[in-house]
Design a protein around this ligand. Structure first.
Ligand code: AMP
Ligand code: ZN
Length: 461
């Protein structure tokens, strides 16, 4: 049984979906004003593991991720770049999708850009005004947190220092300063051409409302799992709960999951602190993006992880070692198939089930990826794992183990000798001998490809 840690209850709980085998999953997506840093990417890899574990447990997952393509940061940055907001955010949306692909992050069923939902955001804001949870002030609309009696239940806020009637216009603020937050922002000249003309007036939505509206529309309310980084607990997720539960008067989300931060020198990696790497920075330094994924898997998602290039180098060595093992196991599988050593296979059978159970137990224990990796390495050490099982585990780990073969094919000496002989035969235009040698090479499961300039390359079959 899958167990996950629910921030709402501060407990590890059995996962029981609301509707049989179907799971609604909402994850807060990127603010597309720049390249994501690898701290951001840690959160998306954690969510990807969560989704893969759900799939491994045979749940059907409907996954929605918003794209924040309208907020203070995107407007400011697009102005600095002298581009329309739409064009500017499109560039970074694409960059984000590319990064996600390089990290083997499965695409959500739906990417939902906030600007596609302006109308329902306006409608929800109107509803909150009508129900007495929101009020207008100078053309903007604010959520009155005093009116929502459960305000603070996720972040467990202490209101003692709260100033009466305090209001915030900025999207992000500290837990120490709970205040009425903005649902709709009136247009100001510094927004330039960015505004929508709506029944609420000329302006644009606040940040928090987008996730309430998109999840409500795409997954319904309540839905199963909402996830993001720990910095989103307050104010973002607290505000989402307030908006959604006040509007529909029913629970919003059953399980809240939050991933811990990636640190640099024990400080949160953040754009504002200028202590960040992007995935592109790592690639420029010749790292395999999946080495970064491997590094992330070695730490539990609820623990902080201090990033260093040395740790990444060690992770890359670990991943390469794993790829070597995969190649070796694949070779063994071929030999076994050829010799029909089904006997050997059967002997391994029981042990393999044991390892599968242990692996499942680890990942189902609140996504314990370090534990799962330890089981894999232990099984490798004791010769208790085969190619197929390892690839099955990779459905959760996502380390691209199925592609391990083509990356680093070492040409066996015997193949090299045959290739040399074939080169001589071809130079002497002895085509019969050349074809015979091609067949010989094929028997060892390599295929020769002749290039236009007369050279030969081989690929492993
Ligand atoms: P943003 O693009 O700023 O909205 O953030 C996208 C995601 O990255 C959110 O889920 C944040 O919680 C997460 N995030 C931001 N900084 C870090 C970090 N240093 N480590 C892990 N996750 C982070
Ligand atoms: Zn969100």
């Amino acid at each position: 049984m899958l167990k996950i840690y629910n921030t709402l209850t501060r407990k590890k709980e059995n996962f029981v979906p609301l509707k049989k085998n179907n799971v609604g999953l909402y994850t807060c997506g990127p603010t597309v004003y720049n390249y994501a840093h690898i701290g951001n990417l840690r959160s998306y890899v954690f969510e990807d593991i969560l989704k893969r574990v759900l799939l491994f447990n045979k749940y059907k997952v409907k996954h929605v991720m918003n794209i924040t393509d309208i907020d203070d940061k995107t407007i400011r940055a697009s102005q600095e770049a002298n581009q329309t907001l739409k064009k500017f955010t499109a560039t970074y949306t694409l960059a984000f999708k590319e990064d996600a692909k390089k990290l083997n992050i499965l695409s959500p069923g739906k990417y939902a850009p906030a600007t596609n939902y302006i109308k329902p955001m306006t409608a929800l804001t109107q509803k909150l005004i009508k129900n007495g949870f929101a009020y207008e002030k100078d053309g903007s609309v604010y959520f009155n947190i005093k009116k929502f009696k459960n305000y603070g239940k996720l972040a467990r806020l202490n209101f003692s220092g709260m100033k009466a009637g305090a209001r915030v216009d900025v999207d992000n603020y500290e837990k120490e300063n709970p205040a009425d937050f903005v649902l709709w922002k009136a247009w100001t000249p510094k927004d330039g051409p960015v505004f929508w003309q709506t029944p609420l007036g000329k302006g644009r939505p606040g940040w928090h409302i987008e996730c309430s509206v998109i999840s409500m529309k795409e997954l319904g309310q309540p839905f199963d799992i909402h996830a993001g980084g720990v910095d989103l607990i307050f104010p973002h997720h607290e505000n989402e709960i307030a908006q959604s539960e006040a509007a529909l008067n029913k629970p919003f989300v059953k399980y809240w999951l939050h991933g811990e931060h990636l640190l640099v020198n024990n400080q949160k990696m953040a754009k504002s602190l200028n202590n960040f790497f992007t995935l592109r920075d790592l690639i420029t330094r010749h790292f395999n993006p999946l080495a970064f994924r491997y590094l992330l898997l070695t730490t539990h998602y609820r623990s902080k992880l201090n990033f260093t290039l040395e740790a990444l180098e060690a992770a890359e060595r670990g991943l390469e070692h794993l790829h070597d093992v995969v190649r070796k196991l694949k070779q063994e599988k071929k030999i076994n198939n050829k010799n029909r050593e089904i006997d050997g296979d059967n002997k391994m059978g029981d042990k393999r089930y044991e390892i599968r159970d242990k692996f499942l137990e680890a990942i189902n224990d609140d996504l314990d990826t370090p534990g799962a990796l330890a089981i894999v390495w232990e099984a490798i050490k004791n010769n208790l794992i085969d190619y197929k099982t390892l690839l099955t585990f990779d459905k959760v780990l996502g380390l691209g183990l199925d592609k391990a073969k083509t990356k680093k094919t070492k040409i066996p000496v015997v193949v090299q000798k045959l290739l040399n002989a074939r080169a001589i035969a071809r130079a002497e235009k002895d085509w019969k001998e050349s074809d015979r040698l091609r067949e010989e090479i094929k028997k060892i499961e390599f295929e020769v490809q002749d290039s236009a300039d007369g050279g030969q390359t081989v690929v492993e079959l």
